[in-house]
Design a protein around this ligand. Structure first.
Ligand code: FES
Ligand code: FES
Length: 161
């Protein structure tokens, strides 16, 4: 089958790939661009493990075709923090032990960043509602929500300095 050439931007860097018409962005990220931080849980838009942003909008990359990435700006978990300097959200997930197996964690980090960009001061209810599309079978969610609210608090204090 003829492949399509796609030019896009991933985590601030120009990126190009060839993909089949039906190939998902999730598969392109993981298998072609080696950005394996983005996980596949369900492959059907139900679990949020594959969350990335496209032009700042939170999406499930398993529901986006690779060809739809033409000309857009994608952010994956690899674009948030670095090995040497974690993002505050990542630090708070560690501090609050908000992960166990870790499969849901990259998606939750991406979704939490999107939440705090939209709403820097969420209530617990707002945070739970926003993150309802990110399923976690391990933690029971309480530690995750504590980490999210603590990250919001810390980021607000940093912004006010
Ligand atoms: S893998 Fe995309 S929502 Fe589950
Ligand atoms: S830590 Fe295992 S699914 Fe969330």
């Amino acid at each position: 089958m003829t492949k399509t050439h796609v030019s896009t931007t991933v985590n601030g860097d120009p990126s190009e790939f060839l993909c089949e018409p039906g190939e998902t962005l999730l598969d392109v990220l993981r298998n072609q661009l080696q950005l394996t931080g983005t996980k596949e849980g369900c492959g059907s838009g139900d679990c949020g493990a594959c969350s990335v942003t496209i032009n700042g909008r939170l999406v499930c990359s398993c529901l986006v075709l690779g060809v739809e990435a033409e000309g857009v700006k994608i952010e994956t978990v690899e674009g948030i923090g670095s090995k040497d300097k974690l993002h505050v959200i990542q630090e708070k997930f560690l501090e609050h032990a908000a992960l166990q197996c870790g499969i849901c964690t990259p998606g939750l980090i991406v979704s939490t960043k999107a939440l705090l960009e939209e709403n820097p001061d969420p209530t617990e209810e707002e945070a739970r509602y926003y993150l309802a599309g990110n399923l976690c079978r391990c933690t029971g969610y309480d530690t995750i929500i504590r980490a999210v609210l603590d990250a919001a608090d810390t980021m607000k204090k940093e912004a006010d300095k």
